[in-house]
Design a protein around this ligand. Structure first.
Ligand SMILES: CCCCCCC[C@@H](O)CC(=O)SCCNC(=O)CCNC(=O)[C@H](O)C(C)(C)COP(=O)(O)OP(=O)(O)OC[C@H]1O[C@@H](n2cnc3c(N)ncnc32)[C@H](O)[C@@H]1OP(=O)(O)O
Length: 922
């Protein structure tokens, strides 16, 4: 494949003095681009400014790569336009913009100051806005542009201590989606990436063995691929780290429709169908979708209205809102007013906040539901949020529910959008939501309960033409809310988000009058909001409750929206290139039904990424033999293992053979042979054909230990070269008290040409920290070999018939691994430490190989072997092998003891001799 060139392209990379940005800048320059390396030169906390960081990168580009680059030291949020000007002044255009600069101000929401919130929004979101705004006219004019905005898993899912950062990062996603829609016809492609990379930011947060895999050089190839002029990908979000590349997209449930009449479309009716709302199966009236825009409400409302007038009210009455105190912002009309009336209907006391005219709503409510049901409040929600809370407590004595509903619109195509239009929309939506939540938070913390319902919009979720400001603000509210939900969980504070399909001004811009009459009705949203603030819903849903969730509601339809991620592509290539990404694009972006996942937290998402990487490492570590062969009727789980005398010698050396034993180490020796335990090697090579990560929950490859092994030899002597085919399948998948999982796999190995059986293995792995839910357990114990599940206790009434000592070499594992088990646990001190071993341990099969070599030489050929690995061995330890002949049988029971650690390491173990009268025939 020809190299993707960036010759004659002008690239601006912000925050390029280090980490990700630096690597981007270098990679672009190496491929011929002219690069503006922007960096303020500040420390991680954003203070100070020296020109060094950007200069160093520019020098590196010029001197080391003979590339073209110029430094810029402006702050993205203060002088973003200047950075673009640097590109124009020096190189005459701007083609590719990578908004990468960022700062952190991590602090719990309770302690977060408005300044800490504001500055993070300013650098990430306003910074990206400033640069994009300045670049946009050039890109539009030249009909070419590529923009990458840097989101984060914290933005997608929320993250403790990062309310500011989550808001900014998801805000960037909403912003990008809108730009993608507006830019498409001008060949401006806009995408977001959510990388989990090793950088100054992550260094303090992640453990070293994980950090090791998270190099920025693994992020850059996707960014370069996405921004190449031959790439037409737009409006997409990617999660990536450590060689994993996946796409993440919205998934909207088919949901539930109700007849949307005021009498029977109630919180009770919605509660009665809650499981349907959050159900992501297709239904007759609607499908689960992966949309780029809001639901087809025309269709849904029409169907909803055809339903019987009476919605089933179920058996649970919602009465927990009686005398609860609810603050609703922007409640002087529209949705807010409707919410207020519905809360009043359910017995709540309401603070009607609106800078315009709350009095008429108050009057209406008090007339209908009794005086003092509602009070008016005209404080400014951005600057006077504290007074609103104080006023509420003064009047009603408490606050239970906060509904952030107020908003404004300043719709304009991005080209024409003014700074005032951008900032004012952010102020009223995002900063007001922040200020109101901030003011009510201590009250909720103190009373150990509270409900917040924030209002996003389908424009925020999917982006919308002419609403870059609104989409950014609304998406930011969602990211912000998710972090609040996480932080509030322990204190019983529930934070959820709705995207109502009934926003006066917005709907007016989208729908015709007729359509509006058909389904613009605020009262079709409010019952859902009342339910979200009720205790009844939390009780019905159970332990975790409804928290941090996003719902789309309107016109009688209610649905839930969440993330869905592709299984993605993992490259273990140490030098991943954009070309490799291009070649595997289909894998990066396709969403096969059974393998796509729905991560719901930063931890879940990151763990799933790292597990995909570990799985790939495991597949490679454990031999990773070719799957199948080119013939027809091949099972994808089959693994081909070709070997030669060289592999036999390597194996023999790994389990203790020396130059004094030519039969094991010299292929021209008359008695050249491979030891019987070689039988485990093709099985081990096929271990990766069993997807442990799918069989058990919380799979972590580094936590996997070899537990037991059984094998049977169908042929002896074992051929010293050949092509073998092994098929693997799980026989048992069991949970060990929720603390570990045990997986037993069977591996049938045959000669790939003659199809004659050669070996049969049953291998047990013990996975610490993993669990197996009831419905995933497998127990085909009846299919297991008798010898494999037999118990072999050493006779305690007599001394062993045989005893031998063997000193393992310090480099035993280093040598043994070359037979195909490249598990880093046996060589990488960092990996070993991460799973609580002080240093790398020896392969269980190496200890077994050493032991059975000695037994083989003493007792002769055996055709069955079974062992349990009871403790680990460090390379260099001295082993004591003990064996007992069981009278009148062909069975030898054995045990291996680690003299240095004073512990039995192989136990419950036996071999079955082929002929107990002869020694090794060899
Ligand atoms: C061909 C396939 C190749 C596979 C390759 C694998 C990749 C390799 O690179 C990995 C390795 O080589 S790891 C090195 C070798 N293995 C070891 O060092 C493990 C040694 N064993 C231990 O540490 C403990 O026994 C330990 C930690 C395993 C268990 O100890 P405890 O947690 O103390 O367990 P315990 O409380 O005694 O028992 C709990 C339940 O688990 C069952 N169990 C115990 N040891 C087992 C073992 N070794 N294998 C299988 N099951 C085992 C117990 O029976 C008990 O079950 P139940 O609750 O049902 O009674």
């Amino acid at each position: 494949m020809s190299e993707l060139s960036f010759k004659n392209k002008v690239v601006v990379v912000t925050g390029a003095g280090g980490g990700l940005g630096r690597v981007y800048a270098i990679e672009y320059a190496k491929r011929g681009a002219s690069v503006v390396v922007n960096d303020l030169g500040g420390s991680l906390s954003g203070s100070g400014s020296n020109a060094r960081a950007a200069d160093v990168v520019v020098d590196e580009i010029k001197n080391k790569f003979n590339g073209i680059a110029v430094a810029n030291y402006d702050s993205v949020s203060d002088n973003g336009e200047n950075i673009i000007k640097t590109a124009i002044d020096n190189f005459g255009s701007i083609d590719i913009l990578i908004n990468n600069a960022g700062i952190l101000r991590d602090v719990s929401f309770a302690k977060m100051s408005p300044k800490e919130f504001g500055i993070v929004i300013d650098v990430h979101l306003n910074g990206a806005y400033k640069l994009t705004k300045a670049a946009w006219p050039y890109m539009k004019k030249q009909k070419f542009g590529r923009i990458i905005n840097t989101a984060s898993p914290a933005g997608l899912f929320g993250n403790f201590g990062q309310a500011n950062y989550s808001a900014a990062k998801l805000g960037l996603v909403g912003f990008s989606e809108t730009l993608a829609k507006e830019g498409y016809k001008y060949n401006i492609m806009v995408n977001s990436i959510a990388p989990l990379a090793r950088s100054r930011m992550t260094e303090n947060v992640l453990p070293p063995h994980i950090l090791k895999q998270l190099g920025p050089e693994k992020i850059a190839p996707l960014v370069l691929y996405l921004t190449h002029d031959s790439t037409k990908v737009t409006n997409s979000i990617f999660e990536l780290a450590a060689g994993f590349y996946g796409r993440i997209r919205w998934e909207r449930s088919s949901g539930q429709i109700f007849n949307p009449n005021e009498k029977y479309f109630t919180p009770e009716a919605i509660l009665n169908k809650w499981s349907q709302i959050t159900d992501f199966q297709d239904k007759t009236f609607n499908k689960t979708q992966h949309p780029y825009q809001l639901s087809d409400y025309n269709d849904l409302t029409t169907k909803a209205k055809r339903l019987p007038f009476e919605n089933d009210q179920g058996s649970i009455k919602v009465d927990s809102l009686k005398d609860k105190v609810v603050i609703i912002t922007g409640a002087g009309g529209g949705l807010g007013k409707s919410h207020a009336i519905w809360f009043a209907k359910y017995g709540a006391k309401i603070v009607i906040n609106d800078i315009k005219d709350p009095a008429s709503v108050v009057e209406e409510i008090n007339q209908r539901y009794g005086s003092k049901t509602a009070i008016a409040d005209t404080h400014n929600i951005i600057t006077e949020s504290q007074q609103i809370i104080e006023n509420t407590i003064k009047e009603f004595g408490r606050v239970d529910v906060l509904i952030n509903n107020a908003g404004i619109l300043r719709d304009k195509s991005f080209l024409k959008m003014t700074d005032e239009e951008w900032y004012s929309v952010l102020q009223v939506h995002l900063f007001a939501t922040f200020a109101m939540c901030k003011a009510v938070w201590p009250v909720f913390l103190k009373q150990n309960s509270g409900y917040i319902i924030n209002t996003t919009s389908t424009s925020g979720i999917y982006g919308n033409f002419g609403q870059a400001n609104y989409a950014a603000a609304k998406a930011a509210i969602l990211g912000f809310s998710r972090t609040l939900a996480i932080e509030g969980q322990k204190k019983n504070i529930k934070v959820n988000v709705i995207a109502p399909h009934a926003e006066t001004a917005m709907t007016k811009t989208i729908f015709s009058e007729r359509e509006l009459r058909n389904h613009f009705d605020a009262s079709q949203v409010s019952p859902f909001v009342v339910l979200l603030a009720s205790e009844e819903l939390q009780k019905v849903v159970g332990k975790k409750g409804v928290n941090g969730q996003l719902f789309e509601v309107g016109g009688g339809w209610c649905g839930q929206t969440r993330w869905q991620r592709s299984p993605g592509y993992v490259s273990l290539d140490p030098h991943i290139t954009p070309e490799i990404i291009k070649e595997h694009w289909n894998q990066v972006t396709s969403f096969p039904k059974t393998k796509s996942i729905n991560p719901s937290s930063t931890q879940e998402s990151s763990m799933a990424i790292l597990q995909s990487v570990q799985k790939a490492v495991a597949e490679m570590s454990l031999g990773g033999g070719d799957s199948g062969d080119s013939g027809s009727n091949t099972n994808p789980n089959d693994r081909i293992f070709s070997y030669s005398s060289r592999d036999c010698i390597l194996y023999n050396l790994g389990v203790g053979a020396t130059s004094k034993e030519l039969q094991y180490v010299y292929e021209n020796d008359d008695k050249f042979q491979v030891l019987p335990t070689f039988a485990v090697i093709p099985g081990m090579n096929a271990l990766a054909s069993i997807s442990m990560d799918e069989l058990v929950d919380n799979f972590n490859f580094a936590m996997l230990l070899h537990g037991e092994q059984y094998f049977k030899l169908n042929q002896f002597p074992i051929p010293t070269k050949g092509k073998l085919k092994t098929s693997g399948e799980p026989l048992q998948v069991l949970d060990k008290g929720g603390k570990a999982a045990v997986v037993v796999g069977k591996f049938q190995t045959m000669d790939a040409n003659t199809k004659k059986p050669v070996f049969y293995n049953e291998s047990t792995v013990f996975i610490r920290g993993a669990s197996v839910p009831g419905n995933k357990q497998i127990n085909k114990i009846n299919e297991r070999e008798k010898f494999a599940i037999q118990s072999f206790k050493v006779p305690t009434d007599r001394k062993p018939d045989f005893e031998a000592e063997f000193e393992t070499a310090k480099d035993q594992a280093v040598l043994y691994r070359l037979s195909g088990d490249y598990n880093p646990l046996h060589i990488d001190p960092m990996v070993a430490q991460s799973v609580k071993f002080p240093k790398p341990i020896l392969h269980g099969l190496c200890t077994l190989g050493i032991t059975s070599k000695i037994l083989f030489e003493k007792f002769g050929v055996f055709d069955e072997l079974k062992v349990r690995f009871t403790s680990f061995v460090f390379p260099g330890d001295i082993l004591i092998i003990r064996a007992w002949k069981i009278p009148n049988t062909k069975i030898i029971i054995f045990q291996t003891f680690d003299k240095c650690r004073d512990v039995t390491v192989l136990d419950n173990a036996a071999i079955k001799l082929v002929d107990d009268t002869v020694k090794s025939k060899l």
